[in-house]
Design a protein around this ligand. Sequence first.
Ligand SMILES: Cc1cc2nc3c(=O)[nH]c(=O)nc-3n(C[C@H](O)[C@H](O)[C@H](O)COP(=O)(O)O)c2cc1C
Length: 221
Amino acid sequence: MKKIIRILLSMVIILGLVACGNSASQSSKKETTEKSSADAESTDVSESQSEDTKESQVKGNKVLVVYFSATNTTKGVAKHIANGLNADIYEIVPKDPYTDADLDYDDNNSRSTLEMNDPDARPAISGSVENMKQYTIVFIGYPIWWGEAPRIINTFVESYDFSGKTIVPFCTSGGSGMGSSATNLEQLTSGAKWLSGRRLNGSDSQDTVMEWVNGLGLNLE
Ligand SMILES: Cc1cc2nc3c(=O)[nH]c(=O)nc-3n(C[C@H](O)[C@H](O)[C@H](O)COP(=O)(O)O)c2cc1C
């Protein structure tokens, strides 16, 4: 009798062990499945994250607002644009600053008159734009001098590679329009897309300036 009970007990233990083994292997299979589905999910996420990154790199135009201003009128407009777009701003500072006498357009021999009478004049600039490569949209602002951009703007546009960039010219003046100032500057660059520019007033509000900027159809976030 004892022998029969021992045989029965060992059968129960063996059956129990087999059952445990099955469920253990099943649960370890489930874990692997969960893990691999989790792995699959995380691959999806990282792919979609890298898609997002790619997208923001395409959309993420970085804007620089460049200006030259002898008497601060263009400077005010440039600041409106830079503030409105949260963009970087760069002032073209002449190595040799313009004095009041230099700016005297009634004097045939003043520096500005002489420079504007010489299409090859290239007044030197102090300093330079740090890492111009990072910008895809560059606003360039200047006062109108004798119907043109001051020659120092020629110096500026010839100093950098603007290929692939969008350039938006703007100016201030005593009343003249942009005339051919921007198209003449465009001749000095290659591979850039120049949008048609705009003459603005020093007294224009930030809202007025931004109304124009927002209507340009720039791909800004
Ligand atoms: C040398 C010189 C030439 C100028 N020529 C013109 C011109 O041809 N037409 C015009 O409307 N204003 C002309 N102006 C006026 C300036 O364009 C105007 O005052 C401008 O808003 C000044 O900008 P800024 O303060 O940024 O230098 C001239 C000013 C200077 C100093």
